[in-house]
Design a protein around this ligand. Structure first.
Ligand code: PLP
Length: 386
């Protein structure tokens, strides 16, 4: 059976060219980059190149990129690092109610250590405004952390505006851009971003590697103690194949960003337009236009997202009910609840996230199968009287 993968927000397929770039570093080029001999220096040069590639993709300088294990570690390092190093400036942090758990749980941990955290509420589309941030900033605010684009509903936050405000107020600004990198144009300098988290496996790179951009001049203490790798900011022998793969993946993603975004946006919008014509009483989650080019998220009233996913899976369509991190738990998504959905409607959500390999035929197949699945489940639902 043909399988259509529509869970690219959870993770993406490794690009063949990325695999090719990585292979030598899993086989014959195996030196430790900290070693001063030929074997080590050959590998150190490969890391330098990857650092340039990653930096170029977001408008940063190579020295501002710290490689680490992924988006989760990058979020932890940015938030805990600022809290530890700059606590004399104040112990108040501003974030949003719809962040990834890597940010939310880190902020919750800091609350146990004397920090006060403001979790800004979002509008019906999952957005905060720059005015909300302005009103929340206090003399003791040290950090604002607002995600670039939401992983569940795709909504894009007003990042350049928040960046300009934070710069004006002298408050550090971190953004979790894990879903945005490779999908949306990013320029950390023009957008006044101080720290930015990214993860390779969300843009066709390998899993287990990511990076934090830290603007020059900001001193973050290391989370992991040990050797002097990453200029004393992240100890431990580097994930060399991963880092090389991340560099290549960034180069590819940014190189074809516009073309891929246009292609995915057209398919996304066909799904967004057609599904409500074919399924009555469904609700689009997230902003209608200010959203990631690959994200479609609908709540199908009266039925359970989990049953929809199961039936879609049986028909060869792989989707998600929200974040991969919370599936398996029966709690509805904190993002959908923060947007004001009832538990019932939040439970009926289906997220489909496309890739540049998604075809028109795939979309037509979904438009054929999903309405039939919804109708069948609704006929069995005690809540539905249509
Ligand atoms: C996937 C994701 C993360 C976590 O990244 P990992 O590399 O899997 O740890 C963090 N934030 C967002 C918005 C994500 O989508």
């Amino acid at each position: 059976m043909k399988r259509i993968y529509l869970d690219n927000a959870a993770t993406t397929k490794l690009a063949p060219a990325v695999f090719e770039a990585m292979t030598p570093y899993l086989t014959e080029i195996y030196g430790n980059p900290s070693s001063p001999h030929y074997f080590g220096q050959q590998v150190a040069a490969a890391i330098d190149k990857a650092r340039q590639q990653v930096a170029a993709g977001i408008g940063a300088d190579a020295g501002e990129i710290i490689f680490m294990s992924g988006g989760t570690e990058a979020d932890n390092m940015a938030i805990r690092g600022i809290a530890e190093r700059y606590s004399s400036r104040g112990k108040h942090i501003i974030t949003t109610a719809v962040e990834h758990h890597a940010v939310l749980h880190t902020c919750q941990l800091l609350e146990k250590h004397g920090y006060e955290v403001t979790y800004l509420p979002v509008d019906e589309y999952g957005r905060v405004t720059v005015d909300q941030v302005r009103e929340a900033i206090r003399p003791d605010t040290v950090l604002v952390s607002v995600m670039f684009a939401n992983n569940e509903v795709g909504t894009i936050m007003p990042i350049p505006e928040i960046g300009a405000l934070c710069r004006e107020k002298g408050v550090f600004f971190h953004t979790d851009a894990v879903q945005a990198v490779g999908h949306l144009p990013i320029d950390v300098k023009a957008m006044n971003i101080d720290m930015l988290s990214m993860s390779a496996h969300k843009f066709h790179g390998p899993k287990g590697v990511g990076a934090l951009y830290v603007r020059k001049g900001i001193m973050l203490p290391a989370l992991i103690q040990g050797g002097a790798q990453e200029r004393n900011r992240r100890a431990g022998t580097e994930n060399v194949p991963g880092i090389v793969g991340m560099g290549k993946a960034m180069e590819l993603a940014v190189g074809s960003l516009e073309e891929n975004a246009a292609k995915m946006t057209a398919l996304r919008d066909r799904l967004i337009r057609e599904l409500p014509k074919r399924i009555p009483e469904i609700k689009l989650n997230g902003h209608p236009t200010d959203r990631l080019p690959n994200n479609v998220n609908y709540s199908i009233k009266y039925i359970e997202g989990e049953s929809i996913l199961l039936m879609l899976d049986l028909n060869g369509i792989v989707a998600s009910s929200g974040s991969a991190c919370t599936s398996g738990s029966l709690d509805p998504s904190h993002v959908l609840l923060a947007m004001g959905l009832t538990h019932e409607v939040a439970h009926g959500s289906v997220r489909m996230t496309l890739s540049e390999e998604t075809t028109e035929e795939d979309v037509e197949y979904v438009l054929d199968v999903l309405p039939r699945v919804a109708e069948r489940l609704r006929r069995m639902s005690p809540l539905y009287h249509g």
